[in-house]
Design a protein around this ligand. Sequence first.
Ligand code: AMP
Ligand code: MN
Ligand code: MN
Ligand code: MN
Length: 286
Amino acid sequence: MTFPLNADLHCHSTTSDGTLTPEQLAARAAANGVDLWALTDHDEVGGQQQALEAARAQGMKYLTGVEISVTFADVTVHIVGLGFDHTDPRMTEGLADTRDGRGPRARAMAEQLAQVGIHGAYEGALKYVGNPRLISRTHFARYIVEIGVCADPHDVFRRYLAEGKPGFVPHSWARLSDAVRWITGAGGVAVIAHPGRYDFTPNEEFALFSEFKAHGGRGVEVVTGSHTVAEYARYADMAIEFDLLASRGSDFHDPSESHTDLGALPDLPGKVTPVWAALQDRILRP
Ligand code: AMP
Ligand code: MN
Ligand code: MN
Ligand code: MN
């Protein structure tokens, strides 16, 4: 396969907290020149069949994907899975358990928001939910923008939804070991998502990478929509230090909210090994 190729291995549809359907995303990715695509909805593989069929219809190569919410050292960490069997029962049951707490968490968030004067947030957020099995903070953010309390979702997170803010409800997600096992057990590769986004000390970050590898994790996102140019270099170095494959993905959610469009990313630094090099037999070809 030619390298570099335009791979976008991280984005979200209406099956989680994106605003485009898998078909709309596939069309947008193809129009933007994506050669290899993966839809990675949060804690949910319900969009995979649609996505792989839409990719085929657009003439794009496809890897199955997911982004699993994990609690590691009391911090929420995201683990992307690529190229797994999306019908694997241990994966689908594990994800169902991971999603389970989202409903009660959302009601608790709404109660806290009501105490600071934002009423009806649960019902308001529900209007933005595309999949009744998955209500996320992003849906709350869209509602709070709608009612004019904040200018954009980022402002909502900063003022209300981030840790320590009035609408934040602590939550226990999947264990790192479980998330990696579900992915590898279904034949896929586990990847640490956007490592630059976590507030870890260097020691904690070292622990995450070490434990992730020990559990069988094999990749790390190097070029993502939420990394700075300095972070591309830093995580390329980390990929080499930890002998991890490098991934690339926009983390696209919505045409107006997302800074980085599908496929609109710099190439991976030349010194890393792209994650798709290890997934050749898992790629679904049109
Ligand atoms: P949840 O899984 O319900 O905790 O929601 C997490 C999602 O919130 C992430 O996947 C992002 O889409 C979104 N998010 C987190 N932080 C921010 C932020 N600062 N600005 C905009 N969206 C954010
Ligand atoms: Mn999201
Ligand atoms: Mn994420
Ligand atoms: Mn994401």
